[in-house]
Design a protein around this ligand. Structure first.
Ligand SMILES: NC(=O)c1ccc[n+]([C@@H]2O[C@H](COP(=O)([O-])OP(=O)(O)OC[C@H]3O[C@@H](n4cnc5c(N)ncnc54)[C@H](O)[C@@H]3O)[C@@H](O)[C@H]2O)c1
Length: 331
């Protein structure tokens, strides 16, 4: 039984707490929020101890086998650094929320500390923790798609938040770019155009081209001004032998062979209902990685993966600001 703590008891921290509570191999023993009411309310809900600072939680000496860091902050990533560093310094494995950080130097420090301490450090890149994505990856790996040539992703939601010029690309697209890298690997070069939505001050729409290290060419359409009745995300893989489309992360998986009309299609593969189910799927995988003592470098969707997509995001911003194709730096 894993004894788990959670830092940051907003909507997403409570989501993590419900996922741990539903898993028979984990128990939430500590919740921490600098807003006392948030911590107290969560402590009552999950029968856990309440803490109001990370220092107090660590100093308590309570057994913590792992902690979620579900803080937010600037561009939804500004507050993750302090608690993550404190937990890693104390030798506690961390599952952080995305973006790993909105600042690359801090993301690098967190990844480096986890590596130095040889600690599991995962990120909640939950969109690819679906049976549909796993099956599509199997098809890719066993050659059913042939050689992967093109990858297209559309991800959009309605989000009126105007807090930062780059909020949309930094806060939402760790997800889309991580799913794309799950299938196509590392990104070599990028080019992007951004557009401010109607009446908006921030760059809330993006069209990006990506050249992967293996030669696959990709495209990302992203928006905070779209969605609702027309969905959250669509992924398309175009191979030399067939094409795959995944709708809404898990809801529909379709294989279109290139040379026949025998389309194969699955609705809600593995019983996954909708996007909300990706949270327990991802957190259950994190719990399994910890219980199976998977080496830190093999933890699924780890800090290094999240840093990799954040570097792509910064390259996309640089491309728009300079009008150039930009090479993505090494980690
Ligand atoms: N994976 C997903 O699909 C997904 C979806 C939505 C949001 N998110 C991410 O989840 C994170 C949290 O989102 P939210 O909407 O719950 O945010 P929120 O602002 O509602 O909650 C964050 C909480 O953290 C607390 N906090 C901040 N710094 C703290 C610290 N140092 N110590 C203790 N408490 C601290 C705040 O008081 C607040 O209660 C964000 O990073 C966001 O990007 C992920």
């Amino acid at each position: 039984m894993l004894h788990v703590g959670i830092v940051g008891m907003g909507g997403i921290g409570n989501n993590h707490a419900r996922c741990y509570t539903a898993n028979e191999n984990a128990k939430v023993v500590a919740v921490c929020d600098m807003v006392k009411e948030q911590a107290d309310k969560a402590a009552a809900s999950y029968e856990a101890l309440a803490f109001y600072s990370i220092e107090e939680m660590i100093a308590s000496g309570l057994q913590l086998d792992a902690c979620s860091v579900t803080t937010a902050g600037v561009e939804n990533g500004g507050d993750h650094y302090e608690p993550t560093m404190a937990l890693l310094r104390a030798g506690i494995p961390v599952l952080g929320e995305k973006p790993i950080s909105n600042e690359i130097p801090k993301a690098r420090e967190m990844v480096a500390l986890a590596e130095e301490k040889q600690l599991p450090y995962g990120i909640n890149l939950n969109h690819r923790f679906t049976p549909a994505a796993v099956k599509a990856k199997e098809w890719l790996t066993n050659g059913r798609l042939g050689e992967l040539q093109i990858i297209n992703m559309t991800m959009w939601i309605n989000n009126p938040n105007e807090s930062s010029p780059w909020f949309h690309i930094r806060a939402l697209h760790p997800h889309s770019l991580d799913v794309m890298s799950y299938f196509a690997g590392g990104v070599d070069r990028v080019h992007a155009f951004f557009k401010k939505g109607k009446g908006r001050q921030i760059w809330s729409n993006v069209q990006a081209n990506l050249l992967y290290e293996n030669g696959v060419i990709g495209h990302l359409t992203g928006s905070y001004d779209a969605g609702g009745s027309y969905g959250l995300e669509t992924l398309e893989l175009v191979g030399s032998e067939g094409r795959v489309i995944i709708n809404e992360a898990c809801e529909k998986l379709t294989f279109y062979p290139r040379f026949s009309r025998e389309v194969e299609s699955y609705d809600h593969l593995g019983g996954m209902g909708g996007f909300a189910d990706t949270f327990p799927a991802r957190i259950n995988a994190w719990i399994d990685d910890l219980l199976n003592q998977v080496p830190p470098a093999q933890v699924d969707a780890r800090g290094a993966d999240a840093l990799r997509v954040q570097l792509v995001i910064e390259a996309l911003i640089e491309s728009w600001e300079t009008g150039q194709v930009v090479k993505v730096p090494q980690q």
